[in-house]
Design a protein around this ligand. Sequence first.
Ligand SMILES: [Zn+2]
Ligand SMILES: [Zn+2]
Length: 183
Amino acid sequence: MLINVATLLQEPVGHARRYAVEREAVAVPEAEFAQEISGSMRLIRSERGVLVTAEFDLLPVSVQCGRCLEMFETPVSVEFDEEYVFDHDPLTGKRVEVDVDEFRIDNQQHLDLSEAVRQYEESALPLRPLCRPDCAGLCPRCGHNLNTGPCNCGATASDDRWSALARLQERLGTEDGDGAPEA
Ligand SMILES: [Zn+2]
Ligand SMILES: [Zn+2]
């Protein structure tokens, strides 16, 4: 989403404009990022460019549950203040010092919110998403998704107990056998 800030850049520092944003597409193809933003933003002329104050709701994002590993959609919204700076002064055309990681206003005096939305979406997503607060997760033994009901490996668990007993009995039996062999 490109915003033309040419007229805003003619305004004195501190001058602000408010915009409503309705389902505008943003994309960063090299990061395989595509989203849609709705909400509002304020653009304020700053000394070095334009300060963007934004509040956007995004399309739900597909994430993987940290417990049951199922994919599910989570709503996401972002809020940020970012300054977009020009590397050439729009009035004098003189070069301006700019840090490499600063958001730029391009030579056509457009600014693109896509990369900022991508970064803020990334930090807005939960580190360990849960498909629901009480997600039952996976059975640690058989990997069955316990949200869909109990698993069938309970039988295996008791089998294991019995086989441990059987092994113990075997060992005891061998020791008995060492003493006095049965007739
Ligand atoms: Zn889950
Ligand atoms: Zn199981």
